[in-house]
Design a protein around this ligand. Structure first.
Ligand code: APR
Ligand code: PHB
Length: 390
């Protein structure tokens, strides 16, 4: 089998890249380790930057998002028991974000891919890549007990943090930067109306809380928890009680509780690999970097990586111009590090750090008070939240 771009991984990065390449007339095949149903079963964040919305619109995968997604013009910061609105729209000259779950984005992209007959190999076992230092890289995998090989001009490593692509690069050719946070997020998804029309990010002396949503009838809530906690230690009741303690009285009174339809604990991590290109192999999305979820940059960064990458491949195939592929790593990393900085900063500002004590809490509260009273500081937050330009 032969293709122009072999894409490893059918997460948002791989699927969006596939669609962008298809629009540009570039042939691509996706090889995914899991089944489609498994990929769609993963619950992830749900706030899309304008640039991500634009990319989905560009590839014509925007109908359901525009119908069912919720455009948000602001969010609340809650600290010292009071909520303060960050008016994203006013602070950024009219920009906004779209609340639409990553699962839905993935589903829409999968359907669009199927509709135009693009090939995706699901449930591929023992995926391996080879010869990416040359111009004829290869991907091999097993399916139903048989080994297959795929030849391509480029490989796009869109296979997430635990994928095979980054792991196939000799360790001495990459530099990694990592920060692990001393807490996790306990998340609950429930079919209850959201506590407020916009998201609430709460800093409290009991720890961080986030009130988010997937629709006007489905809510997504998170609370900071110790890394040693296990999901089975948290009954639904215990979760709702703790969340209520972390809200202001008005929001606590508005909170509608119900049975959880998903409950999980996720650790928080910042991670970057440099560079993002190794010969004919290009990393994109979680394969190259992880952000802590505060601010919901993960999916948006994946989307900006593949937009750079699709342009680079297009220039190469359509105009015989190599500048895009030569500059991909540097360009993508410049934006990645800005999102890493923002996600680290927002995480540091909003969470309780067990080792830091009361001094840290006071400094956080002072910074938050400054943030909501200073136009300059609120603007910096808003600009990053809606997404920096490509
Ligand atoms: N071979 C083939 N596919 C693989 C392999 C492998 N060896 N390893 C992993 N994969 C697949 C995974 O099963 C997954 O479907 O690659 C896909 C990677 O998808 P994501 O982890 O969603 O990463 P990405 O597409 O970069 O999306 C980034 O989505 O995962 C969230 O938090 C993340 O929001 C961020 C965004
Ligand atoms: C979510 O809805 O899952 C979500 C929203 C905003 C965040 C993180 C997660 O900052």
């Amino acid at each position: 089998m032969n293709t122009q771009v072999a894409i490893i991984g059918a997460g948002p990065s791989g699927l969006l890249l596939g669609q962008l390449l298809y629009k540009a007339g570039i042939d691509n095949i996706i090889i995914e380790r899991q089944s489609a149903a498994y990929v769609l079963g993963r619950i992830r964040a749900g706030v899309l930057e304008q640039g991500t919305v634009d990319a989905l619109t560009e590839v014509g995968v925007d109908a359901r998002m525009h119908q069912e997604g919720l455009p948000h013009d602001g969010f609340d910061l809650l600290f010292k028991g009071q909520r303060h609105r960050i008016d994203l729209n006013a602070l950024t000259g009219g920009k906004r974000v779209m609340v639409y779950g990553q699962t839905e984005v993935t589903k829409d992209l999968m359907q669009a891919r199927e509709k135009v007959g693009l090939k995706t190999i699901y449930s591929a076992e023992d995926v391996a890549i080879a010869d990416f230092d040359g111009v004829h890289p290869k991907v091999s995998y097993s399916l139903d007990g048989q080994r297959h090989e795929l030849s391509a001009r480029f490989i796009a490593g869109c296979d997430g943090f635990h994928g095979v692509c980054r792991a196939s690069v000799p360790a001495d050719r990459l530099e990694t930067y990592e920060k692990v946070y001393p807490f996790g997020w306990l998340g609950v998804l429930a079919d209850v109306p959201p506590v407020a029309h916009e998201l609430i990010y709460a800093n409290t002396n009991r720890g961080f809380a986030l009130c988010s949503m997937r629709s006007m009838t489905r809510s997504r809530y998170y609370i900071q928890c110790p890394l040693t906690d296990r999901v089975d230690q948290w009954s639904d009741d215990a979760f709702w009680t703790e969340l209520r303690h972390r809200l202001d009285p008005e929001a606590a009174a508005q909170l509608v509780t119900g049975p959880s339809i998903e409950k999980s604990i996720a650790p928080l991590r910042s991670f970057v690999t440099e560079p993002m290109r190794f010969g004919s192999l290009f990393l994109a999305g979680d394969a190259a970097h992880i952000v802590p979820p505060t601010g919901a940059k993960g999916l948006n960064l994946a989307a900006s990586d593949v937009r750079y990458l699709a342009r680079a491949f297009s220039s190469y195939f359509l105009d015989k111009d190599e500048q895009g592929i030569t500059q991909y790593s540097e360009k993508a990393l410049a934006r990645v590090w800005k999102a890493e900085r923002f996600s680290w900063w927002f995480t540091s500002l909003m969470h309780q750090f067990p080792a830091e004590g009361a001094f840290n809490q006071k400094v956080q509260e002072a910074e938050l008070a400054y943030l909501v009273s200073s136009q300059a500081a609120s603007t910096a937050l808003a600009e990053n939240y809606v997404g920096l330009p490509l």
